[in-house]
Unconditional design. Structure first.
Length: 199
């Protein structure tokens, strides 16, 4: 049975193809990489696509080893409305260096007016309200994720003591280094005091 692309990969491929069509400068940047695959993951969401000869992208099933893998922290998607530059600043990119550099550049510089796209479907007033609401929700999600992460860190360090505070780890590292140095000095003294065996 042949694997099929995920729904999220299909939706992302359509969106990226539309953006590439509107940003004509981007197509020449990617022309040398037709047939190459990429996977973009952000937290639990992962999309895979391949550059098509038509200048767009097509969704593909997740490859075991894509030519390029772009990995974003889960909270990074909340910065999508601020543009690709803000989003891609947090990306970790691995794989074919030349392809990765070109794809990363294109994704950083693509311009997307989400409100304008919504207006074509639902009209200007509703598009403005939906866009503003989406920005508000994304901002709230980002703040919630940051606060939740900080609260979890504080609980693990201060309450549950699962992870020691940074200061304790630094002190432990210094003590360990001093112990290692003292042991090395002791070994040298023992070597000097031990009688040499005659051959």
């Amino acid at each position: 049975m042949t694997a099929t692309p995920s729904f999220s990969s299909t939706a992302f491929a359509k969106l990226l193809s539309a953006l590439l069509a509107r940003n004509a400068w981007a197509l020449p940047r990617l022309a040398d990489f037709v047939g190459r695959s990429a996977t973009l993951s952000a937290g639990p969401v992962s999309v895979s696509f391949e550059l098509a000869g038509s200048g767009g992208v097509i969704a593909i099933p997740a490859p075991e080893l894509p030519d390029v893998h772009l990995s974003l922290p889960a909270g990074a998607l909340s910065q999508l409305p601020q543009g690709g530059e803000a989003l891609m600043r947090q990306a970790r990119i691995s794989g074919d260096a030349h392809f990765a550099e070109s794809l990363g550049f294109v994704l950083r510089k693509l311009e997307w007016d989400a409100e304008e796209d919504l207006a074509r479907v639902v009209g200007d007033p509703l598009a403005h309200r939906l866009h503003a609401s989406a920005l508000g929700v994304l901002g709230w999600l980002r703040r919630t994720a940051l606060n939740g992460g900080e609260n979890l860190r504080e609980y693990l360090v201060e309450e549950a003591r699962i992870s020691p505070p940074r200061m304790e780890l630094d002190d432990f590292g210094r003590d360990l280094a001093q112990l290692r140095d003292a042991l090395a000095r002791l070994e040298k003294r023992v070597d000097r005091l031990s009688p040499r065996t005659r051959t």
